[in-house]
Design a protein. Sequence first.
Lengths: 80, 325
Amino acid sequence: MATQQIFSPLPGIFYRKPSPDKPFYKNDGDVVTESDTIGLIEVMKSFNEVKAGAAGKIVRFLAENEDAVMAGQPIAEIDV
Amino acid sequence: MAVKVLKPGLATTVQDLGRPGYYHIGIPLSGAMDRHALVAANLLVGNDAGAAVLEAVFMGPELEFTADATVAITGAELPPKLDGEPRETWTSFKVKRGQILSFDFLKQGARGYVAVAGGIDVPVVLGSRSTYALGALGGFKGRKLEAGDELPIGSAGATGKDGRSVARDLRGQPAGMPTELRAMPGLYWHRITEAAGDGFFSDTWKVAPEADRIGYRFKGGKPLEFVPREPPFGAGSDPSNITDACYPYGSIQVPGGTEPIVLHRDAVSGGGYFMVGTVIAADMDLIGQLQPNTPVKFVKVDMNQALAARKSRSELLGKLHSALA
C-alpha cells in the first residue's frame, strides 16, 4: 500500500466543509473514491471543490479548516 | 488554425493591452493585469507587443493545438508542460499539431500569459480584444474560457522563433517580501486622522482571497479613524462615504475604513467611497502578480517620485523591446 498526497490546485482559503453549519466532507481514516470532494478552496469570490483524485483511505488531513493554502500544497494524505 | 480548450483553468480570459477611452462612461480599461508580462510573451513569439493572449489566473488551462505553433508563457511561475514534458516559462517553444499544452501547480506570482504566434484572433470590440467579463464585452464571447471553446489564431505572417528568452532583470516581477506598492495620498486624505494616515503606510497588509481583476482587497492593517464631519449632501452617514465621485484606475478605496481595495483593470468608474490615495502607474503590474495572503506595504511617494518611477518602468519596457527586437 502506497501513500499519496492530495494537493491544493489553487492558492486561497481551505474549507473542510460545504458550509459553516455542515459536518466535514471527510475525516481522518475515511474511505474515499476518486471523485469524492474532500474540501473547498475559496479564491476570487468562488469556491472550488478539491477531489480526492484516487480511491483509498484518508490517512490524515495536513491542512486545517480555514487555513490559508498555496497552490501545490499537500492538504491530505491517502493510502491507495 | 485554432486552439481547443480542453480544460479552462479557474478564470482564463483573452486580454491585450486594454480598452482605454471609455472609462468616463463606465467601461473599464480591461486588458492584462500585468501588461509588461503580456508584452514580453508577445515579443517572444514575434507578435506585435499588444496582440491578444490568454491570461490564466492561479491555474493554467489545458489546450490542444490544431496546427503547428510557437508559444511563450510569461508572468507568474506557472510551469508549462507539452504532452506532459516540462517547458520553461519566459522562453518561446514550438508546439506541433495535436500536442497538448498543460500546466503544473502555480509556483510563484498569480497570472500567467500564454502568447501564440499570430495572436488570439477574437473580434475587436471598442478598439480592443480584451475580455470584460462583468459587462460580457470583448474577448471570447465576452466571458472566461470554457471547455470546448475553439480560439481562432491569427495568421499575421508571424513566424515565431523558439528558444528565445527574457533575462530575469527584464521581467519586471514583484521582488522582496513584503511587496512594496508605492502610492500617493489622494483627494480625500483629509478625511482620516494623522495617526490613521501614518498607520496606513506603516502597517503590513495581506492580499485578501476576494482580490480579482476588478479590485485587489487587502486585510490585516488597523481600521482607519476618520475626522468627524457633518455628512455633505448625498454622502450618507458612514464616515467612509463621500458624495459620488470618479474612481481613478489604481485608486485605493476603504469602505468602512477597514479593508483597502485598489481598483484594477475591470474596475467600476465611480461611486461613493472615499479614496485614501492612488497606487502609482509603475506598480500596477506588480499587483496583478500577487497571490492571496501575500504581505504588502503601501509606500508613500510624491508626484516627482511617481513620475520618476513611471519613467524607470517605461525604460524597462524599452530594454525588453531592444532585447527581443
